[in-house]
Design a protein around this ligand. Structure first.
Ligand code: SF4
Length: 224
């Protein structure tokens, strides 16, 4: 992004087989990659090229295929991880993942799972209790930060094809399909949002866009 610099763990530099990334995300190491200006200030110019040429990227290149391998199943993932480890990442290919939303199957393709075998007596169990524990806070009258490009798709196509998965995958009960005098419609309880961004990546029509809410509001997990 022109004018923006992602540093620290925000840049997503986790070494998956080591389950370790703090040494890559260390802001001080990142700071050293920024080119000093004539005035001695640290500027982001050239940071991207420096990061790509750095030892951090060389380390991540060796393990780039390990996580995507597990998308094809546990046994493939384990075999692939052993192969990549033995070769030190020298495979001539780079495995690609696919978009999260593309893994959704259509409604009716599977049997409803049995869920009655589990005792559900321990609190918290419902999603609004989870929202309470997340201490999420938004001004009720602030602009909705979840932009749905075309809600008629939710009411018509999505109901028939995917049975409105947003009403289930959202951990905060933000999306509800409600019936009122105006008919069936999507209701967005944006003030409950805990900023997980699942809806942005999992919606099968890619019509939901999560934007940064006004005024730095959102969840506060310090009491979790
Ligand atoms: S980001 Fe989306 S899925 Fe996550 S809590 Fe907010 S509305 Fe729900």
């Amino acid at each position: 992004m022109p004018g923006a610099l992602l540093i620290g763990d925000t840049a997503g530099l986790l070494n998956v087989p080591k389950i370790k990334g703090t040494h890559q995300g260390d802001p001080q190491r990142h700071a050293r990659r920024r080119a000093p200006t004539a005035a001695g200030a640290l500027e982001p110019a050239g940071f991207d090229a420096k990061l790509r040429a750095s030892d951090a990227m060389a380390e991540l290149k060796q393990v780039r295929n390990i996580k995507p391998g597990f998308k094809k199943g546990l046994w493939f993932g384990l075999t692939n991880a052993a192969w990549e480890t033995a070769l030190g990442g020298a495979s001539p290919w780079t495995l690609k993942g696919k978009a999260d939303w593309s893994s959704l199957d259509r409604a009716g393709e599977h049997e409803q799972p049995r869920r009655d075998y589990l005792e559900r007596s321990l609190a918290p169990r419902d999603r609004l209790q989870g929202v309470y524990f997340a201490a999420t806070e938004h001004d009720e009258d602030q602009p909705v930060h979840l932009k749905v490009a075309d809600t008629s798709i939710c009411v018509e196509r999505c109901t028939a094809e995917y049975a409105n998965p947003c009403t289930r995958f959202c951990p905060a009960g933000v999306y509800e399909m409600v019936e009122d005098d105006a008919g069936r419609r999507l209701q967005i309880n944006a003030a409950n949002c805990v900023h997980c961004k699942t809806c942005d990546i999992k919606d099968p029509y890619e019509i939901i866009t999560w934007v940064t809410p006004e005024g730095g509001s959102g969840p506060n997990y310090q009491n979790l």
